[in-house]
Design a protein around this ligand. Structure first.
Ligand code: PLP
Length: 361
């Protein structure tokens, strides 16, 4: 049987390329014609080691970070574990770190860092319910690192540029990694849960510049120590084999498509199509400040809440799912990750136009 829902706007876990579902289903049944399942072979078998090696190399290739002193790791624990691993590995015992508070996830990161040292919040949009990205922030030059969240999955804002700083730049890219071209070498540590643009939940990508490690002077528990994971080639313990394999398939799909530059064009088309309709249609209103709008997660509300039931019935009937906004913002959230086709955005925009027509008669 195949999937029936056509237009999946889920915020994550989310839509993946169809070929990833097909190829990973096949690998569960019979991996590489071995007559064994991907799920029943050793992670140290030749076939799985090849998966891990290719996935790690492809990450660096797609980000343009080959031969630049970076290592890619696939770890457990989600992006949330990185909220803890970042200060563990980078904050000195008497040190401090600078954080940009742009939403729920940034806050969760700050909460963990506070246990390790002085945690400075150098900018916050909390008072505006995180509907914009704070600008002109000052990062103290004696901070051990600066941490930001490139895309705010819940509030629908996205950093369009990153501060220039002499301290290591750490970025949670969970919800927009591989979606747009950036000079990724400006970052010293990037992390992302797999379950948006990369694959199923269960693996977490970490891309780290090796030279920033080993400077804290504290004991780091093995499973939380980037250096141990690097030394073990991302196999310090049994890695989450299925999410890593499906991530590899997604990365291969992206490479075939033309890489990040190619998907960025499509992502811009999708976002432009939807935001143009949100701005044009008097029945809708965007919730994020225009210049900081996310190309991944578009948040919007109905200007007349009494139309909620009607609109909800219409988009569901059009084969759309996952459009309901996060409980802390309300309204709607259209997550337009890499694998969501342009036609899905056309389908949503048609429903929005249809609602307007119905309301004008
Ligand atoms: N950071 C961002 C920007 C996210 O969107 C999410 C999840 O949606 C997380 C962190 C948390 O990720 P995880 O559930 O993998 O810990």
């Amino acid at each position: 049987t195949t999937k029936m829902k056509k237009h999946n706007y889920s915020a994550g876990p989310c839509i993946l390329p169809q070929e990833v579902f097909e190829k990973s289903a096949q690998a569960i049944l019979n991996f590489n014609n071995s007559d064994l399942s991907l799920l029943e072979i050793s992670h140290r078998s030749k076939d799985f080691v090849a998966v891990m090696e290719e996935a790690r190399a492809l990450v660096l290739e797609l980000l343009g970070l080959e031969n630049k002193g970076y290592q890619a790791l696939f770890l457990h624990g989600g992006a949330s574990m990185q909220f803890l691993m970042t200060p563990y590995n980078l904050m000195k015992s008497d040190g401090k770190a600078a954080y940009l508070d742009t939403g729920t996830w940034a806050n969760n990161a700050i909460k963990e860092a506070k246990h390790f040292g002085e945690t400075l919040i150098v900018g916050s949009s909390k008072e505006a319910n995180y509907n914009f990205i704070p600008k002109n922030i000052e990062i103290p030059s004696d901070a051990n690192y600066f941490h930001c969240t490139s895309n705010n999955t819940i509030f629908g804002t996205q950093m369009k540029s990153f501060p220039k700083t002499n301290v290591p730049l750490v970025c949670d890219m969970s919800s927009d990694i591989f979606s747009r071209t950036l000079d990724f070498s400006q970052f010293d540590l990037i992390y992302a849960g797999a379950q948006k643009n990369m694959g199923p939940a269960g693996a977490t990508l970490v891309v780290v510049k090796e030279e920033i490690l080993g400077k804290t002077g504290r004991y780091i528990p093995s499973m939380l120590d980037y250096e141990k994971h690097i030394k073990a080639e991302s196999m310090y313990n049994t890695p989450p084999v299925f999410p890593i394999y499906a991530s590899l398939l997604t990365l291969q799909w992206l490479k075939k498509l033309g890489g990040i530059a190619a998907i960025e064009k499509i992502n811009e088309q999708k976002a432009q199509l939807l935001y143009t309709e949100i701005d044009r249609n008097p029945l809708f209103k965007g919730t994020a400040v225009t210049e900081d709008r996310s190309n991944m997660n578009a948040t919007f509300v109905l200007t007349d809440e009494s139309l909620t039931e009607k609109f909800d019935t219409m988009w569901k009937a059009a084969g759309i799912s996952g459009l309901t906004g996060h409980r802390s913002v309300g309204g709607y959230r259209a997550s337009m990750y890499n694998a969501l086709p342009l036609e899905s955005v056309e389908a949503l925009v048609n429903v929005m136009k249809e609602l307007e027509k119905k309301c004008s008669v």
